[in-house]
Design a protein around this ligand. Structure first.
Ligand code: F6P
Length: 326
């Protein structure tokens, strides 16, 4: 096994609370094992543009509790091209790096997989995305915090919804996955939760609302994932408005506020465990795997499986959200 002497770390794609905690864990565990570590700024763009900085234990002081990522992030267009990746490899080689830790979601892992295949670069991924949509890990970094942030907003919307006896459509993030919607739908007491994975019809939704009105429900919140097949929250609200007149309807789109804020204790610990696992994996000669936590234990899942075998939504949670929303 080749001794790993120097590695790079970057964050890429949509930022997620807890990414800083993961960087800190990568830096500190590398130093613990006598490995030099270089921070690469703005994701793969920084790899192409040679925007590197040697980090030390103090470089990651006081970032454990901070949202965002101090290394910055980007959805790199350049890295999608062969020339971009070639330039990135030149910089990687010239910096004397023996491995790379990438923190991000499916787009980040897809880039890492291609890069590693093309240039035989040892790469380990850490799942960092609020979407929770990667297979091989119970949770991704940032998901718990995003759910808590969305829930805090939903609770506040509930206050005004109930004071005015209104129906609110609250849109949460999730282009392709309904994880945030299902969790916050249950925790926020939504009358209905609309996710990309299910096929609610407008008529089913209306009949649910009709029942609520019959039962004298004084406020209704519908949580809807941005990628719902019924349309965006605004579109669904318009369709419902056209069919019922017994509720005054409003729409709130939570948007990027779900990506910010100080990470929860859960995300800090998750990120710390995964960061150490990524460095230990590289040290042991692993590559093209994601360092995740499955059934509570560290696990290494091939990147292509993490990306392609989508994480199963907990259908039982979806089922109980329906039972409890009468
Ligand atoms: O992947 C994380 C995520 O926040 C998704 O939930 C959302 O659909 C998307 O990123 C938004 O991307 P952007 O910040 O590029 O608008």
């Amino acid at each position: 096994m080749n001794k790993v002497k120097k590695i790079g770390v970057l964050t890429s794609g949509g930022d997620a609370p807890g990414m800083n905690a993961a960087i800190r864990a990568v830096v500190r565990s590398s130093i613990y094992y006598g490995i030099d570590v270089v921070g690469i700024y703005r994701g793969y763009d920084g790899l192409i543009q040679n925007d590197f900085e040697l980090l030390n234990v103090r470089s990651v002081n006081h970032i454990l509790n901070r949202g965002g990522t101090f290394l910055k992030s980007a959805r790199s267009q350049g890295f999608r091209t062969k020339e971009g990746r070639k330039q990135a490899f030149e910089n990687f080689k010239n910096a004397g790096l023996d491995g790379l830790v990438v923190i991000g979601g499916d787009g980040t892992f897809t880039g890492a997989h291609i890069f590693s295949q093309e240039f035989q670069v040892p790469v380990i991924g850490i799942p960092g995305t609020i979407d929770n949509d990667l297979a091989g890990t119970d949770f991704t970094i940032g998901f718990d915090t995003a759910c808590n942030t969305a829930l805090e907003a939903i609770d506040k919307i509930r206050d005004t919804a109930s004071s005015h006896e209104r129906l609110f459509f609250v849109e949460v993030m999730g282009r392709d996955a309904g994880f945030i919607a299902v969790k916050t739908g249950i925790a926020g007491g939504a009358v209905a939760t609309i996710i990309p994975e299910s096929d609610w019809t407008i008529d089913e939704l209306i009949s649910k609302l009709d029942k609520g009105a019959e039962n004298k429900k004084s406020s209704n919140l519908v949580v809807i994932a941005e990628g719902s097949k019924l349309g965006s929250a605004l579109e669904v609200a318009e369709k419902v408005k056209a069919k019922i007149d017994y509720y005054d309807i409003r729409v709130t789109i939570l948007g990027h506020l779900q990506r910010g804020g100080s990470p929860s204790a859960f995300d800090r610990v998750l990120a710390s465990r995964m960061g150490v696992a990524a460095v230990e994996g590289l040290k042991e000669g692993k590559s093209e795997v994601m360092a995740g936590i499955a059934n509570g234990h560290i696990s290494y899942t091939p990147l292509d499986i993490a990306i392609n075998d989508s994480q199963e939504l907990d259908l039982d949670e979806f089922r109980i959200s329906k039972i409890l929303s009468i």
